[in-house]
Design a protein around this ligand. Structure first.
Ligand code: SF4
Length: 460
């Protein structure tokens, strides 16, 4: 199938309709929320922080504070430095933050505030204060997606905090934007191999915590700052992402640690499905010098058994997969493994690496490569999906209207999941994640058949 079948927008039609991506600093705020004592701080207007809070809260169903330098018209003209400094002092005083992560917005990038320079002045002016570390990242939303903001923030944290510390035993893990349940599962997997792991970010507790009797200004959990500082002494880093920049460019946290401190890097696609999970477990065996624990070997065996059992329900079903680039690469390869035909793989990002990554992930699994479209919105996806007539969608809640229009199931994965409960507890990774996704796909096909049937099937 042609890789250009999604019609490119004409010069006279350049607007975006229901974007298939989110705002760049939103990704950065999630990273800062995954650091112990971390407070995300947006250097921009209040509206940006309000939009991001609303988005994050409706998926995670947890409180999400995002501080803001609250710029107005005056600061848009004269610069936002004084507000940024004032806001930082307030956050330090009111929250007793362990770390503050400052991300810029469209406004502050447009007016050209020199945030690193302002922070340098701030540290000098208040050098008598016992200050929490302040990390900054440039996240102009007009030039990227929430995933690019996320990746840039992870890199900024490592760049500005990690040192050439003495050798440690803990390995580093940069999983990318996965669910809280995925992070918990990764910890469990590392633990099974006898490896202690510093996972950055770790919002598995800060954004999916237990009910507490007393209000906490900053929810407990998150990657400890001391562990981030020690990342330069780790024996190895695991970094997930099939569309990330070349590690040699040091454009990601793993690449940076490799080039600056010589930390061995294991760059892998997100371990979604059998093949990518196998790759991850092989790397774990190499780093830990131990075989895969029996319980994971059993999970793998059960997954294979389920592939056989479920085949008659999913074989040759056609699906459209959309969302964040790294996630959709993993999902596409998994769908190909179980006999589903991915007819369209679409994302809002413009890394330029999506098509190559999808083709590499599907190599040997499909007779014909899926159609791949990057830099598209839901207007483009809808246009093409109507022609392709898929049996189901695999993606986040923003595809719901289209799924409803086409009367096909939407299997919700990734972020945001606003219209279902438990989005933060969806597991995507490793053999267990694949098992749960497979069960959902098979059951969605069975349910659709029952619903569409005139007679109804009680036994199917
Ligand atoms: S103005 Fe820019 S930074 Fe603010 S919410 Fe909109 S896209 Fe995000």
């Amino acid at each position: 199938m042609s890789a250009t079948a999604v019609k490119p927008k004409t010069e006279s039609f350049v607007s975006t309709t229901n974007a298939c991506k989110l705002c760049k600093p939103l990704g950065a705020t999630l990273v800062f929320k995954g650091i112990e004592g971390g407070v995300p701080y947006l250097h921009g207007s209040q509206g940006c922080a309000t939009y991001m809070r609303r988005y994050i809260i409706s998926h995670f169903r947890e409180p999400m504070d995002i501080a803001s330098s609250s710029l107005g018209e005056k600061q848009a003209i004269y610069g936002g430095g004084p507000n940024l400094k004032k806001g930082l002092l307030t956050v330090m005083d009111k929250y007793e933050a362990g770390m503050i992560g400052v991300a810029t917005t469209c406004l502050t990038e447009t007016i050209g505030d020199d945030v690193p320079g302002i922070l340098k002045e701030f540290r000098k002016e208040f050098s008598d204060l016992d200050m929490a570390p302040v990390v900054n990242v440039a996240t102009p939303s007009f030039s990227g997606t929430h995933m690019e903001g996320f990746t840039a923030a992870v890199r900024a944290v490592v760049d500005q905090l990690a040192t050439g510390h003495a050798a440690t035993k803990a390995v580093n893990c940069f999983p990318g934007f996965v669910s809280c349940e995925d992070i918990r599962h990764l910890k469990d997997v590392f633990d099974g191999f006898g490896l202690s792991a510093t996972i950055l970010p770790d919002y598995s507790e800060t954004l999916d915590g237990p009910a507490v009797d007393e209000y906490e200004k900053i929810t407990s959990g998150g990657t400890p700052v001391a562990d981030i500082k020690a990342m330069g002494g780790a024996p190895a880093s695991f970094e997930f992402g099939a569309t990330l920049s070349d590690p040699g460019e040091a454009a990601t946290a793993g690449g940076l640690l490799q080039s600056r401190f010589g930390v061995a890097l294991h760059r892998l696609g997100l371990p979604i499905g059998l093949r990518q999970s196998d790759e991850f477990f092989k790397s774990l065996e190499a780093v830990s010098c131990m075989p895969t624990p029996r319980r994971h070997a059993l999970e793998r065996g059960r997954l294979l058994d389920a592939f056989v059992d479920g085949h008659k329900y999913v074989s040759q079903k056609r699906c459209v997969i959309y969302g964040e680039e790294d996630l959709i690469v993993g999902l596409t390869s998994f769908m190909a493994e179980i006999g589903v035909v991915p007819v369209l793989v679409a994302g809002g990002g413009k890394s330029g690496r999506l098509e190559k990554a999808v083709h590499a992930a599907c190599e040997g699994l499909v007779p014909e490569m899926p159609e791949v479209a990057d830099g598209v919105d839901f207007y483009d996806i809808a246009d093409r999906a109507r022609e392709l007539a898929p049996d189901f969608f695999l993606g986040h809640s923003k595809g719901y209207r289209l799924a409803r229009e086409l009367s096909i199931p939407l299997i919700r994965v990734g972020f945001p999941i606003h219209d279902r409960f438990g989005g933060q507890r969806v597991r995507h990774l490793c053999y267990l994640g694949a098992q749960e996704l497979l069960d959902r796909v098979v059951n969605a096909m069975i349910e659709k058949k029952q619903t569409d049937s005139d007679i109804g099937y009680g036994y199917i």
